[in-house]
Write a new protein. Structure first.
Lengths: 294, 397
């Protein structure tokens, strides 16, 4: 029983960040109909900013860890939003609904940004001091307080996005554009502006995931790449463009990783994810909660 | 004399003068390095590049390499292989086909080394490497030489020392990356543990690039082993797994055979790294370090913030071996240099060293240097044992 609780807790810890990251990717696809291979760089940028601001804040300025982290988190979101804005204005807005063009653009951006990070930060993994030290025990399962807070914050952000998409005017516009762009435009919805908002929200979600993960894992200039591969698996399983699908897919992948990694080994669990994708693409290509192309 | 004639004679004289000058000028010999300079194993690649730079600088400042009546100044070209086969192949293409490099003085990672070797052996390029796989050496690969100790040299004395210190060690769980290095290290490690009467209760593999290790830590902690052998995992990954194990309350003997970077390990795992045994690290600040090692190490700390170790310092030793072999062979033909390498004794950072290992690999392609056993104490690697290879002792007699 304790073991099952521990594995379940592991699932939630891993899944909460996967969901957050994949939501951004699926939102961008849903609204803009592009696949953004540079999405992982938003995650990486935020994690790197958090690590450098924390080192500067705590080490050089003598600020408290908490204050340094909050400052770093805020700065990471602002910088990533700015990067997102620039790449949208000078790049993606010319390739809306263009899978081939956006594929080439995003791959180019991925290489450019990864190279820039490497020049700026070097290749050595970075780690930041514990923001919330200590462990907690729950029904025999152990986890760090930091992971628990990360889980809670990620869940709150996910809930916030769900409310934004389903209960606000902007959310309605996003869904309308995702559903049928022409019909949405006929109703007076400014497609390009909504696409920009969707892209910025997606980038911000990736930044949130990166800024949260920086507290619990070594930060490297390619950290976002591993998450990007998982995010693609997640949104294919959940259904491209589906918010609920991304949540479901994220938790399912985390479940496979956690239980599969325990009962078999991590490599077998990774293999199982790809097998699941292949099976799903054969029997339900639109994903669990995705809509079939008309 | 017509103006045309004057110009002709002057041009001819200038051309002859220029040709004579260039004949006596130093020539450049390009040497390459392919190592991970980003990602979890970046600490290895950056230190590796630094040590190679220092060796090249030393060789050049001492007048270069003399062979065939010419003097060659070395020029280093270093590339990031990201510790994977695809990037290894890419860097090999660049080194061999674009830069026309004939001597690779260091390559890290069995997978990228194999990718490089596929080209280097075919194109007659000498390849020094740190690959831990046994399959990369042997009579089929006459131009490939290993520049550091591998599991076949390290594991028996390393595990033996640990077992001596911890007689209560009866079970070990093993976790290693699922790539060429991990796959080749695992069976050797399992056999070495079994030979010591230690049972390996589980062997698990993970993909490089993994960032979440809770599941595997849960599995290891739940099997309650006396020790964990982290196989061929790089320092950042080991640190993450140790941290996760610490949260789960496991606190046994921690063993990292390719363990090199005590600094990175301590940064990642904090207090959980204390007491970890490292098989490829070195205490280059300790009493047993040579003057060269001490100097190189100080420079690395100042530049990279990280001490050198068994992997990173090996590029310095490869450059020194190359210099001696080229001068002994009196040729820069990689094939002649490769034939000469096993016959020389050269001055490595450890002191006199040679190439041997025919009894294990079928041909003398393995560097013979001492195995150093270190332990993490207060975040630093402290040497606790040193074993010199018997073959080297024989050669030096």
């Amino acid at each position: 029983m304790e073991l099952q609780v521990q594995l379940l807790m592991n699932t939630l810890q891993i899944g909460s960040v996967y969901v957050l990251f994949a939501l951004g990717l699926t939102l961008i696809f849903g609204v803009m109909k592009i696949v953004n291979f540079a999405h992982g760089t938003f995650f990486t940028a935020a994690a790197l900013i958090v690590s450098s601001v924390m080192i500067w804040g705590v080490g050089t300025m003598g600020l408290s860890i908490w204050f340094s982290y909050l400052l770093a988190f805020f700065l990471a979101l602002v910088v990533v939003c700015l990067i997102g804005f620039v790449v949208y204005i000078f790049g993606f807005q010319y390739f809306l609904k263009d899978l081939n063009g956006s594929f080439i653009l995003s791959i180019g951006l991925l290489l450019l940004l990864n190279g820039t990070f490497l020049i700026l930060y070097g290749g050595v993994p970075r780690s930041i001091p514990d923001v919330i030290p200590g462990n907690v025990s729950f029904l025999g399962a152990s986890l760090t307080l930091q992971r628990l807070v990360l889980m809670i914050v990620a869940s709150v952000i996910t809930l916030g996005l769900y409310i934004l998409v389903h209960r606000t005017k902007l959310g309605l516009s996003l869904r309308a554009v995702a559903e049928d762009q022409e019909a949405a435009m006929l109703q007076g919805i400014p497609f390009r502006r909504v696409a920009l908002y969707g892209f910025l929200i997606g980038a911000t979600l990736a930044a949130c995931a990166g800024a949260l993960m920086a507290t619990v894992t070594p930060v490297t200039t390619v950290i976002g790449d591993d998450f990007l591969v998982k995010a693609f698996i997640i949104i294919i399983i959940g259904g491209l463009g589906s918010v609920l699908g991304a949540i479901l897919g994220g938790l399912l992948i985390a479940l496979i990783e956690s239980f599969g990694g325990y009962y078999f080994d991590p490599s077998t669990a990774t293999l199982a994810m790809f097998v699941l994708v292949v099976v799903l693409l054969i029997v339900r290509p639109q994903g669990i909660l995705g809509h079939a192309e008309k | 004399m017509s103006m045309k004639k004057i110009i002709g004679i002057t041009s001819g004289a200038l051309l002859a003068l220029f040709s004579a000058q260039t004949a006596f000028a130093d020539e450049t010999l390009k040497v390459g390095v392919s190592a991970p300079m980003s990602g979890a194993a970046a600490a290895w690649g950056l230190g590796f590049e630094y040590a190679a730079e220092q060796a090249v600088e030393k060789v050049n400042s001492e007048g270069g390499i003399k062979a065939g009546g010419k003097t060659y100044m070395l020029e280093l070209h270093a590339y990031d292989n990201k510790y994977n086969a695809a990037e290894g192949a890419k860097t090999a293409q660049t080194m061999l086909n674009r830069e026309k490099i004939k001597f690779i003085v260091g390559s890290i990672g069995t997978a990228p080394v194999r990718a490089t070797q596929a080209l280097s052996e075919r194109q007659g390029v000498l390849l020094f490497n740190t690959g831990w796989g046994k399959s990369i050496k042997g009579p089929d690969y006459p131009l490939t030489f290993t520049q550091m100790n591998t599991p076949f040299e390290i594991l028996a004395p390393f595990f033996g020392y640990i077992k001596e210190q911890h007689p209560e060690l009866k079970t070990v769980a093993m976790i290693t990356p699922n790539d060429a290095t991990g796959q080749e290290v695992e069976p050797v490690a399992v056999k070495s543990w079994n030979d010591l009467g230690v049972e390996v209760v589980s062997t698990d593999r993970y993909e490089r690039g993994t960032t979440e290790f809770q599941s595997i830590a849960t599995k290891i902690a739940n099997s309650k082993p006396d020790g964990v052998d982290f196989g061929a995992a790089p320092p950042a990954d080991v640190g993450s797994i140790m941290k996760a194990l610490d949260v789960l309350g496991w606190n046994g003997v921690k063993i990292v055979a390719p363990g090199t970077s005590a600094g990175t390990l301590s940064k990642m795992a904090g207090g959980a790294a204390e007491g970890t045994y490292l098989g490829a690290s070195a205490d280059f600040q300790g009493d047993s370090a040579s003057e060269t090692q001490r100097k190189l190490n100080e420079g690395a700390i100042a530049k990279l913030g990280e001490s050198l170790n068994g992997i990173t310092i090996s590029s310095y030793d490869a450059v020194m071996a190359l210099k001696k072999a080229i001068e002994t062979a009196d040729s820069i033909d990689p094939k002649k240099v490769a034939e000469t390498l096993p016959t020389i004794i050269f001055e490595s950072s450890y002191g006199p060293a040679a190439f041997g290992g025919t009894n294990v690999y079928g041909s003398p392609q393995q560097i013979l240097i001492p195995v150093m056993i270190t332990q993490v104490k207060d975040g630093k690697a402290v040497e606790v044992g040193r074993v010199a290879p018997e073959e080297l002792k024989e050669r030096l007699k």
